[in-house]
Ligand binder design. Structure first.
Ligand SMILES: [Zn+2]
Length: 138
């Protein structure tokens, strides 16, 4: 699952949506399944896959709370991935291609890849999702 920033072309409302991949997001927008949370228009633009959370001055407390909750949600996703996917480290693009072309195993994998590697994989039709990762702290 990835979080994508979405923007309504009609009323300029910005909101977020959860999708299995950016490809599935694009498909759902194309089919008109994604609606603006404010005006219900289905003219939606997709933004970047890693939303930045900014904290407004004067609302530090609620901002901190949002970030704390966000981090705990991301950790939940991270734990889910660790449990259900094989870690392949920096061999990610190699392993992703092996699965795609040789169809050797079905299990999902996770690991690290550069922006260029992810772009190459996407160009080859290999579905890759970028997921924010929260380091365990204190
Ligand atoms: Zn709207």
């Amino acid at each position: 699952m990835i979080v994508l920033n979405l923007k309504c072309e009609n009323c300029q409302n910005e909101f977020e949506g959860w999708f299995s991949s950016s490809k599935s997001c694009d498909e759902q927008i194309k089919k008109g399944f994604v609606e603006c949370t404010r005006c219900a228009s289905s003219k939606i633009q997709r933004g970047l896959s890693r939303p930045n959370v900014s904290v407004k001055k004067g609302s530090a407390e609620s901002g901190e709370k949002v970030i704390k909750e966000l981090k705990s949600k991301i950790k939940e996703i991270n734990r889910f991935i660790e449990k259900n996917c094989d870690y392949v480290g920096d061999q990610f693009s190699y392993e992703a291609r092996r699965i795609h072309y040789d169809k050797i195993k079905k299990k999902a994998i996770y690991g690290t890849a550069s922006k260029d590697e992810i772009k190459e994989l996407n160009d080859e039709g290999i579905e890759v999702a970028s997921i924010p990762w929260v380091k365990e702290e204190n």
